[in-house]
Design a binder for this molecule. Structure first.
Ligand code: IMP
Length: 198
């Protein structure tokens, strides 16, 4: 039987990272382009766990037989009281882009001395048969640089220097990022869970 996974996202960067991390476990990993009729759900929970469950369930309603995962993730900056947090993708407004979000983050942190401690968080929810059947969370600590470096990754990667490194996720290889990232750590637990099921 073909082992198939649907990742409930339209973010091609996330799908790419998830494919790199889980590629050996599945014969086919698709994203929401495989469910074109799915209306994007309103992500109105106030936690990463809540919003990832909303996304996983919405996709599961359309494809109840499929194994679905959804990732909700974001950046928490201590000097900003944990912002942007669950609002990471819309930090600079409804028409936000990754670039405008990074600009706003640098502007909001202007004058705040290093270390501007921060972390990425990710919750992966697993759904099947219209139910969330498991969820896993991961985080990576680090700090926010005072300028952008590198063009790898996505989102806030060119500004985030993970603990133990002196280069940003934008400069580090995909392999290094995936081996220590919030998403990588949550997906490692998902892999163990999959191994326990088979
Ligand atoms: P979501 O798609 O609603 O989970 O929003 C996640 C947002 O958090 C993204 O749009 C990015 O701004 C940020 N984010 C999450 N994970 C990462 C990452 O691995 N690198 C950089 N930014 C990230």
């Amino acid at each position: 039987m073909v082992k198939r996974l649907i990742v409930a996202t339209h973010n091609a960067h996330k799908t790419g990272e998830i494919q790199a991390i889980l590629g050996d476990f599945f014969d086919l990993i698709e994203d929401l382009t495989s469910i074109p009729d799915l209306k994007p759900p309103v992500e109105d929970a106030d936690t990463f766990a809540g919003n990832s469950a909303i996304k996983a369930l919405a996709a599961s309603m359309e494809r109840p037989d499929a194994l679905i995962i959804a990732d909700d993730s974001g950046l928490e900056v201590d000097a900003l009281g944990g912002a942007p947090g669950i609002y990471s993708s819309r930090f600079s407004g409804e028409t936000a882009t990754d670039a405008s979000n990074r600009e706003k983050l640098l502007a909001d942190l202007a004058g705040i001395p290093a270390p501007r401690t921060a972390r990425f968080r990710c919750v992966v929810s697993v759904a099947q048969g219209n139910k969330v059947i498991a969820s896993f969370d991961g985080k990576v600590e680090g700090e926010i640089a005072d300028s952008m470096t590198g063009d790898g990754g996505f989102g806030y990667d060119p500004l985030f220097i993970p603990e133990g490194h002196d280069r940003s996720f934008g400069e580090l290889s995909e392999e290094i990022k995936n081996g220590m990232s919030h998403r990588g750590r949550a997906l490692e637990q998902f892999k163990k869970w999959l191994q326990g099921r088979s």
